[in-house]
Design a protein around this ligand. Sequence first.
Ligand SMILES: NC(=O)c1ccc[n+]([C@@H]2O[C@H](COP(=O)([O-])OP(=O)(O)OC[C@H]3O[C@@H](n4cnc5c(N)ncnc54)[C@H](OP(=O)(O)O)[C@@H]3O)[C@@H](O)[C@H]2O)c1
Length: 325
Amino acid sequence: MPDFRMIVRQHGGPERIEREEIAPTEPGAGEVLVRQTAIGLNFIDTYHRTGLYPVDLPSGLGTEAAGVVEAIGDGVEDLKVGDRVAYAGGPPGSYATVRTLPAGLLVLLPDDIDDRTAAAAMLKGMTAAYLIGPCAKIEAGQDVLVHAAAGGVGSILVQWLKAIGAIVIAHAGSEGKASIARELGAHHALSCPMEELPKQVRSITGGKGVEVVLDGVGKASWDASVGSIAVRGLFVTYGNASGPVPPIDALSFSRAGSIFVTRPTLAHYTRDATERRRLAGNLFGQIERGAVTIPIGQTFALADAADAHRAIESRSTTGSTLLLP
Ligand SMILES: NC(=O)c1ccc[n+]([C@@H]2O[C@H](COP(=O)([O-])OP(=O)(O)OC[C@H]3O[C@@H](n4cnc5c(N)ncnc54)[C@H](OP(=O)(O)O)[C@@H]3O)[C@@H](O)[C@H]2O)c1
């Protein structure tokens, strides 16, 4: 079968995603050609498709995959043909059977992490790693509210937070998804309407609220998140699954208890190969010691990427989603 990639020539709905045949590009200096075996779907792919996050058109889609090194360019010393690798980040374009990439973006996979797990885990797991670690510096005993807790990032956050001794209050959009979060280890799993969430969180925390909110839902959960935080707590708003958050009203943060607010992105916590490999190492460590498993809720053929976008945007996915070349 000829090699191909999935691209958008115009922003819009999933129907804008097109298949395009490609020929593998010889890797230049510092580059590596990867034969991709599994591709991770992420909500950010829908932002690139719609134009919420600007990209030059035509554009590839996808920022995460695993595969096997097929060729290496001059000056690449730490990788060789046949190595199993994975990556998260860089310009969109992972929806492809084969891809040429800068070597510094790639992480060598340990033998006990299979390609599908890696493709499902890299972006979402490195996100969980930096959110819990250098971003929010979450400690044992802290109460943490996790939104979309049965989703890709959410299901990893729940397990990792539990493993470090935090008290996890999970929220999800249905009772079925709340049950998944409970099975993943959440101490409390709620599926109430957003308007009721602050009251329920305060009831669980003895009125105090949570030290940290990890919120990838965005617009729909903004008020519930602000209302659930303890005095001098931290609001990490890290995504827009329900739409971009409203303009900031700084005084509302004072009224909410002098809370801290950050809007982080993975790129700023993986500025170079050292930071990237440190986060990936933390993630692989959690997987290898069994503290974190990577639930793969559904797979799609790469050529059916539009259906995968429809699924994640309609809230019908759980865990990670893979596209298979
Ligand atoms: N800043 C970063 O560095 C970074 C990195 C990775 C991901 N993210 C963000 O993290 C979030 C989760 O990403 P993911 O790939 O793991 O996706 P996901 O959580 O698997 O899917 C999104 C989830 O958001 C919830 N949601 C609530 N309202 C929604 C709406 N109106 N439309 C669609 N979904 C809605 C749904 O869960 P419920 O039904 O349970 O509410 C849905 O399953 C996204 O916002 C993404 O952009 C940020």
